[in-house]
Design a binder for this molecule. Structure first.
Ligand code: AMP
Ligand code: GLY
Length: 426
């Protein structure tokens, strides 16, 4: 089989590494990919949102399967266009990807079908939202832009002043463009967060092993929100009991709700969950693999991922036994100095040979090859990932490797997995 992967981050690198293990696959391409991915797949320069360009590329290099990994092309309908051109794909169509593309859609879906989530109200006028927040007078509160906003569309203001400024920025200054035409104002929930990615063919849902993201830039969950500074799997808060509750009250009802809406979801559905004192609730849905969750989940997958993709396309997922390793996995993100704000690019990275280092897997997120040298090209640069007999062992391997990899201004959190280890010990 010849497989094309769309995207350019660490998640895509992890997908490619897993696809490469399939005995069915003899060629992998990626567009646009990155410097580190180019050691594992032939990279092209078609942009991840260029639907016509991707369809043309798929024809030109005659692939058998296209895996669309990022949210934007899924929401824009890349899978629909590829299917219309006769290509097999992995990823939901646009009708189903709306579960991430519109928070108003997903909140209304959960309300309609009784899926546990934070209480909310939708607004299309800034003043109405401000009046509501003023009257409610409960802080922190949560304000979400309806549409995609590069993972930055959620504000958690602590005061009325901050909330008013946030509403105005989103709805009047349009800092996220049309994504802010509508907003959701919702109840602030508390509790540990769990990420669960799940395979589904629309008939059955098979959750993958759980994971925990670390979204803030600095140790102790301080600093700005980022795309994710590291992940661990499993997540100790996702006990068997919680898993059972989620399956009954969230996963199956969501798949059924999407079917009833005529929006059957096929692909990887990401459940962002909060384990509140009143049970597990959905914080967000994503219509795709998480980044950097994928980097710690897929190394634990023992089943051929191409078999899973095929079972989803054939709607025979329930017949497939998906196996996972009992090992733990940790991913430490090495980021450019300054990220998530502005940062320099083109800085040489040392300590790697062909992008890799013995004992760990280095997933590349923001790297390029310039004059034969590996250099930085993004905010999140590398995801240094290791499996171990337990989380402590996995973290030790990752951090030992991180010490050996160097670039000027590098920044990484020193406490990835700390919360998970503490939870385990309690
Ligand atoms: P999202 O982009 O929807 O994942 O939101 C980003 C982060 O904001 C989440 O990972 C949570 O930490 C936080 N968050 C979102 N919604 C809520 C909520 N209703 N209550 C508390 N925290 C929230
Ligand atoms: N790590 C969170 C996400 O992929 O949206």
């Amino acid at each position: 089989m010849r497989v094309l992967v769309i995207g350019s981050g660490g998640r895509e690198h992890a997908l490619i590494r897993k696809i490469k293990q399939s005995p069915k696959v003899d060629y992998i391409a990626c567009t646009p990919g990155n410097g580190g991915i180019s050691y594992d797949a032939e990279c092209f320069d078609v942009g991840a949102c260029d639907i016509d360009g991707v369809v043309a590329l798929a024809k030109k290099i005659s692939v058998d399967l296209v895996v669309v990994a990022p949210d934007d092309p899924l929401v824009l309908g890349m899978v629909d266009a590829l299917n219309a051109a006769g290509f097999a794909t992995f990823g939901p169509n646009a009708a189903a990807a709306i579960i991430e593309g519109s928070k108003v859609f997903s909140k209304n879906l959960m309300l309609k079908y009784g899926i546990p989530t934070a209480e909310y109200k939708v607004f299309d006028k800034a003043q109405d939202a401000i009046d509501y927040i003023t009257e409610k007078n409960e802080f922190p509160t949560v304000i979400k832009a309806d549409g995609l906003a590069l993972g930055k569309g959620v504000l958690i203001p602590e005061t009325l002043e901050e909330a008013v400024a946030g509403v105005r920025e989103i709805m009047e200054d349009k800092v996220f463009g049309d994504s802010g035409n509508n907003i959701v104002v919702e109840e602030f929930l508390t509790g540990p967060e769990v990420s669960v990615l799940a395979f589904t063919d629309g008939k059955c849902v098979k959750p993958m092993v759980s994971s925990m993201d670390h979204k803030r830039a600095l140790d102790g969950d301080k600093g700005l929100n980022t795309g994710g500074m590291g992940t661990v799997s499993p997540n100790p808060y996702y006990t068997d009991e919680v898993a059972k509750e989620c399956m009954e009250k969230i996963f199956i009802p969501t798949i059924e709700a999407m079917n009833k809406e005529g929006r059957t979801f096929k692909g990887c559905l990401y459940f962002g969950l909060m384990i509140t004192p009143k049970g597990a609730k959905v914080i967000e849905y994503n219509c795709r693999f998480g980044d950097p969750e994928t980097q710690v989940v897929l190394p634990r997958l023992k089943t051929d991922i191409v078999d899973i993709f095929e079972a989803i396309n054939n709607e025979t997922l329930s017949d497939l036994d998906i196996e996972w390793s009992d090992e733990a996995c940790a991913c430490v993100i090495m980021a450019s100095g300054g990220y998530p704000k502005s940062y320099p690019k083109g800085i040489e990275i040392t300590g790697l040979t062909d992008g890799q280092l013995d004992g760990v897997t280095v997933y590349h997120a923001g790297t390029a090859i310039k004059d034969g040298k590996l250099v930085t090209s993004g905010g999140r640069v590398l995801g240094v990932t290791a499996l171990g007999k337990d989380l402590q062992a996995a973290l030790a391997k990752s951090y030992k490797a991180v010490e050996l990899i160097k670039f000027d201004g590098e920044h990484y959190r020193k406490d990835i997995g700390k919360r998970a280890l503490e939870a385990k010990n309690n």
